[in-house]
Design a binder for this molecule. Structure first.
Ligand code: FES
Ligand code: FES
Length: 177
C-alpha cells in the first residue's frame, strides 16, 4: 500500500492536532504530517486566495505570512504552523492592510487572470514594510520571486511604485503640517 493509499484508520492515527492562529483567530485542527500549509488553507479551510502553481517554491503563487514573515505555503507543512500565526491574503484584504496596493493594482491594470496577484500583493506588502524607500530597481528585484504569466511586470511594478511614492508624499506633507 502506498502513502497515497492509506486506510482511513491509518489516516486517523497519523493525523496531528495543531493549534494555529489564522488571520487573527486561533483554532484547533487535525492535519496529516505531510499536508502542506497551502493545501491545508485551501482544502481544509476554504481559504483559496493563495494558489498552487509550481508546488516547489519557485513561482510565489502560494505566498502567505507565517509569524509575520512571507513564506511559500507549498514548502511549509501545516504541522510546522502549530502554535504560530498565519495570515493569508483574505486576512490582509479584510483588515484593510493592503487596500492601497489593491487600489493601485486596479488603477494600473496590474492583473489579468489574477493567479499571481495574491502572492504579488503579499510580497509588495512586505516590501512596503521593510523598505519604504525602495526604488524601481529594488521593487523589480523584490518581486522577482513571484511569477506572472499574463500581465507582464511593468504594470505591477508601476502599481507598487505608485504606492511607495504616495506614501512618501503623505509623509512629507504630514511632516510639513
Ligand atoms: S506553488 Fe509555491 S512557490 Fe509555486
Ligand atoms: S495576472 Fe495572470 S499570472 Fe499574473
Amino acid at each position: 500500500m502506498t502513502d497515497q493509499e492509506q486506510a482511513p484508520d491509518d489516516l486517523a492515527t497519523d493525523a496531528r492536532a495543531v493549534s494555529i492562529t489564522i488571520n487573527g483567530t486561533c483554532s484547533q485542527h487535525h492535519v496529516q504530517p505531510r499536508t502542506h500549509l497551502v493545501d491545508f488553507l485551501r482544502e481544509g479551510l476554504g481559504l483559496k486566495g493563495s494558489h498552487l502553481g509550481c508546488e516547489h517554491g519557485v513561482c510565489g503563487a502560494c505566498t502567505v505570512q507565517l509569524d509575520g514573515q512571507v513564506v511559500r505555503g507549498c514548502l511549509v507543512l501545516a504541522v510546522q504552523a502549530d502554535g504560530r500565526s498565519v495570515n493569508t491574503i483574505e486576512g490582509l484584504s479584510d483588515s484593510g492592510a493592503i487596500r492601497e496596493l489593491q487600489q493601485a493594482f486596479v488603477r494600473h491594470n496590474a492583473l489579468q487572470c489574477g493567479f499571481c496577484t495574491s502572492g504579488m500583493l503579499m510580497a509588495a506588502h512586505e516590501l512596503l514594510e521593510k523598505n519604504p524607500d525602495a526604488n524601481r530597481e529594488q521593487v523589480r528585484e523584490w518581486i522577482s520571486g513571484n511569477y506572472c504569466r499574463c500581465t507582464g511586470y511593468q504594470a505591477i511594478v508601476d502599481a507598487i511604485c505608485d504606492v511607495l511614492a504616495s506614501r512618501k508624499t503623505a509623509q512629507r506633507e504630514g511632516a510639513a503640517a
